[in-house]
Ligand binder design. Structure first.
Ligand SMILES: NC(=O)c1ccc[n+]([C@@H]2O[C@H](COP(=O)([O-])OP(=O)(O)OC[C@H]3O[C@@H](n4cnc5c(N)ncnc54)[C@H](OP(=O)(O)O)[C@@H]3O)[C@@H](O)[C@H]2O)c1
Length: 255
């Protein structure tokens, strides 16, 4: 293998197309930026964050014209999602990278869980990524592409008061391994489990934040860029599949 292939340049992913769900803000926006910086054209999915998605599209178009297409879809509505995807895929007529990043996160202690919570969390965090993988598999097969699922360290160790969320992330972790088996050898499927990267948008008190940070070995929160960098690594490497890599400053090893 040519050793220069391990260096990422602004053309490493040129001609390639990446679809990122929830790609308009927070961690998703950083994943979008890094894949775009490596040369990929972007299909950026958003649900409510139209303003942020448009601003990011504008920012990236200043670097490379016509390199970002936006699609709006509610991931719980499978039909509208699939029709949005097929429209988006027809823009460049190919897909190389699917990043299942979008996810719902809110507390629902056992006694308060309703069927609505159950369906919202499982439909968004498990069902949509699965059917997106199904809908894009033939396109990804043609390009020997890859899927990256954004999981969570709480797929393995449940987060207090978030049982259904934790179960949904355990499901997408197993989905990652199952799809690696089902979709190989053409498609690689991997997962990334972030630790504490960005605090949830609904407030989290400072004591809780400090407690979480103190349980990392690196004694600090990660940055969205740390997740994006791992995405880029998994996209460009060739012999890793079915793995879920924690990017958590060591937190998942702490008791
Ligand atoms: N933040 C962290 O520290 C952390 C820690 C562990 C794991 N993670 C994982 O990393 C990923 C990104 O985290 P994040 O904090 O950046 O995520 P986030 O802000 O909580 O959510 C990302 C996006 O998901 C989209 N989304 C949610 N429900 C949707 C639905 N039903 N249909 C369509 N889109 C939907 C939203 O898009 P719109 O805004 O357009 O509505 C939202 O912007 C997630 O998978 C998360 O579970 C994050």
């Amino acid at each position: 293998m040519d050793i220069s292939a391990v260096f990422i340049t602004p053309t490493t992913l040129s001609e390639k197309v990446a679809l990122i769900t929830g790609g308009g803000q927070r961690i998703g926006a950083n994943i979008t930026r890094i894949l775009h910086a490596a040369g990929a054209n972007i299909i950026l999915h958003y649900r409510h964050s139209r303003t942020e998605a448009l601003a990011l599209q504008e920012e990236l178009h200043q670097q490379r014209a016509d390199s970002v297409v936006l699609i709006q879809a509610e991931l719980q509505d499978l039909q509208s999602l699939q029709s949005a995807i097929s429209k988006a895929l027809s823009v460049w007529n190919r897909l190389d990278i699917l990043i299942n990043n979008a996810s719902l996160f809110y507390p629902a202690p056992v006694a308060e869980v309703t069927e609505k919570h159950w369906y919202e969390l499982f439909d968004t965090n498990v069902k949509a990524p699965f059917f997106l993988a199904q809908a894009t598999a033939s396109a990804l097969q043609k390009t020997s592409g890859c899927i990256i699922n954004i999981v969570d360290i709480h797929a393995e160790r449940p987060l207090k008061n978030y049982p259904v969320y934790s179960m949904s992330k355990a499901s997408i972790a197993m989905m990652t391994k199952s799809l690696a088996r089902e979709l190989g050898p053409e498609i690689r499927v991997n997962g990334i489990s972030p630790g504490a990267i960005l605090w949830p948008e609904n407030d989290m008190d400072e004591v809780t934040q400090q407690r979480i940070v103190s349980r990392t070995f690196l004694k600090r929160r990660g940055e969205p860029f740390d997740i994006a960098q791992m995405v880029l690594y998994l996209v460009t490497t060739q012999y890793i599949t079915g793995q879920i890599l924690a990017v958590d400053g060591g937190r998942s090893l702490n008791s």
